[in-house]
Structures are given as C-alpha cells and as structure tokens.
Ligand binder design. Structure first.
Ligand code: F6R
Ligand code: MG
Ligand code: MG
Length: 364
C-alpha cells in the first residue's frame, strides 16, 4: 500500500497580533490528531510557523481525501473557537466557509500532499513558511531540482542525470503546464521568475516518482478581499535518486527576497529559522521558513529533526537582518512596498477610493 503525507495549515488566530500560535491551540490540535491515529491516520505531528497552525498527517487514503480534509477542517474550527474564547488576534481568519463540502481547498487552509510507494528508506523534508506567498518556493525548487551549481547530484549521480518534470500553475488564469529540465530550464524560468502568478505545484522524476508537492492557494484571490498572504507549505523527498537532504536545504543559505511581510504588502528577506524562532516579530516578520526532517517508516514519521536550528544557517540569518535594514529604510517606497499590481490584493485600494473624486484630468 502507498503512504500519503498530508500537510494542511491555517491561521486560525494568534498572539500577540499575527506573531505566533498559542500553545493551548497546538495542544488541542495535537490531541485531536492523536485520537485519529489508528483509525484514519497512521501518524501525525503538529507545529506552527508564526501565526500558522501546521497539521502533518500520514495515512493510506491518497491526496484530496474527504475524511482527512474533514479531520483537518474540524480541528481548525475547534481551534478557532478556542482562539475566539481567548480573544486571540485574527481568530478564524483563514476559514472562509462555514460548512465543509468534501475538500478544504478553496476554503482557506493551505494543502500540500503526496502519495508514494515507500522506498527501502524514505527521508522527507517538510517546509513551512509565514508572511509570504506560495510562489516563494519557486526559487528553491529550481535550485534543488534543476540547478547543477547547487545540486551536485544532477551532475555526478547517474540516477539524477535525466532531470525532472515541473508542474507550474497559473494562479490568476487557473491553468497548468509541464516543463522538463534540463532541456526546458529557460522556459521554466521565464514563468516561475514571476512567483506571484506562476507557482510550482509538483516536481517529479521523469519516471513519474513524486519528488515535491506544495500548497498553491491564494487566499486574497479566493476571498476577494485582503486576508493576509498564504504562508505556504511544501513536502520534498530526498536521497537515492532525489537530491540529498543537504542539497535540498543548501539553497536556503541564500537570502532571497519574497513578497509578504507586513500587511502582505512588502518584499522582505526569507529567513530560515529553527522552530524556537518561528515567531514573526520585527515589522511582523521578517518572512520565516522552518524545515522538519523525518524518515517515513510504514507510514510512521520518525523524527522530527529541526533542520534550520543549526549554526550553518547563522550567516544567512545575519544577511537577512542586513537586508531587512536596507529595505525598511525605503519606508513606504517600492521596491520594499510591492508593485501596484500586487497591491490590488491589499488594503491600499481602500485608500485610493477616498481620493477617486479629487483627481482632475490634465489637458491633452
Ligand atoms: C501579514 C499579516 C500582518 C497584518 C498586520 C495588520 O500577513 O498578517 O502583517 O497584515 O498586522 O493587521 P490588521 O489589519 O489585522 O491590524
Ligand atoms: Mg494572522
Ligand atoms: Mg501567517
């Protein structure tokens, strides 16, 4: 039987403001998942990145399974209730619907799932981010699965030599396309270099083995109003024909800029941190990413290992602080603030509305 890893997340309220989930919420979520082990789940783990509650689950029911999604939805609803009782900030903010209808997709929570036949030994890495958008993974997935200057196995391991297939989603026009690397790398980059619109959803080996799966929902597009960024998650399989664990995490040593941060309206450095530092503070950020490593053993999650809780990532954290100072110095100016096109999905249009009648046409 195949094993499915499902990572489903939502911001159901946090403290103080949008900075972190409350321990009581984590406790309730963990207990509910434990209760489901032995019936619908094989194993589970609960954590948080910033204000996002992360449910990690293993089972044998495949992707998009109604029972699994309902379990996650019910837990989010119960936790949102608790968050309301404690008057936590933004209680229930990501739960856009009231009634569950078969799948949490389109209802607010983010979902990354993959189903696979377990190999002799199967390491997986689960990445979880706060204060950024799903396209933030694009750069890293390209480095991991397609950049020979980053993943040495692409060059020196015959089992990686043939390359990978990337499935890219256009989140605005709701369509998808496949690209094969290395031969179509430039074409792939032409799209994924615009991460607010084009988002890598899956990466496969050429023989169809699943290598990576991400969450791609865009809350603002769904809600039709500003409801924060989507704070994405991603699952990556490593070793024996896939990039090694170290090749998967090495690209996070580069301090790249992502969209999100304060009010979902600014570019900021993407800082890899240990779970103990997965709390958004400075200017509601900076955008953060955590990575938990597990071995999957007959559906059991052996772990976690907190991959970025490591002095090897101290330098990138310092660089992120430097970049943060440079960007913050811009105040309300671009390119710290997102482009006008992206600001359409924030609270800025509300300000512009106040002045719509004050503008006068210039003579031709
Ligand atoms: C970003 C985020 C926060 C809020 C900010 C303002 O995703 O959640 O930066 O946008 O704290 O929040 P409100 O409008 O709730 O006061
Ligand atoms: Mg929040
Ligand atoms: Mg968040």
């Amino acid at each position: 039987v195949k094993t499915t890893v499902s990572v489903i997340k939502a911001d159901i309220g946090s403290f103080p403001g949008h900075s972190r989930t409350h321990p009581k919420i984590l406790e309730v979520a963990a207990r509910r998942l434990k209760e489901a082990e032995g019936s619908i789940l094989i194993d589970s783990y609960v954590t948080h990145c910033g204000d996002d509650l992360e449910l990690i689950m293993t089972h044998t029911k495949g992707e998009d399974n109604e029972e699994i999604h309902k379990l996650a939805w019910d837990i989010f609803m119960e936790c949102a209730g608790l968050a309301k009782e404690m008057k936590l900030y933004g209680a229930g903010q990501d739960l856009l619907g009231d009634a569950f209808s078969g799948n949490v997709k389109g209802m607010g929570p983010g979902v990354a799932e993959m189903e696979f036949e377990e190999r002799g030994s199967d390491p997986i890495l689960i990445f979880m981010a706060d204060k950024t958008e799903p396209g933030a993974w694009n750069y890293f997935l390209y480095k991991i699965f397609a950049d020979p200057f980053s993943t040495s196995g692409l060059v020196i391991d015959p089992s990686l030599h043939e390359g990978f297939t990337f499935e890219v989603h256009d989140v605005i026009k709701k369509r998808k396309i496949l690209f094969n690397t290395p031969e179509e790398s430039y074409s792939l980059l032409a799209y994924i270099g615009a991460p607010s619109r084009y988002v890598i959803k899956y990466v496969w080996k050429r023989d169809g083995l699943i290598g990576a799966s991400t969450s791609t929902q865009r809350l603002n597009l769904m809600a039709g109003r500003y409801v924060g960024k989507d704070d994405p998650v991603m699952v990556v399989r490593a070793q024996s024909g896939f990039p090694a664990v170290g090749e998967v995490i090495d690209p996070f040593r580069t301090p790249i800029l992502v969209a999100g941060w304060m009010r979902g309206s600014h570019h900021g450095p993407f800082m890899p941190v240990g779970v103990c530092d997965a709390n958004c503070t400075q200017f509601d950020g900076p955008p953060r990413v955590i990575c938990l490593g597990f071995q999957v053993c007959n559906g059991k999650l052996i772990g976690p290992a907190d991959m970025f809780d490591d002095p090897a990532f101290n330098r990138v954290r310092d660089q992120c602080c430097e970049l943060s100072s440079v960007l913050r110095a811009h105040g309300p100016f671009e390119p710290h603030r997102l482009s006008l096109e992206e600001m359409e999905y924030t609270t800025l249009p509300g300000v512009e509305k106040q002045f719509k009648d004050r503008w006068e046409d210039l003579p031709e």
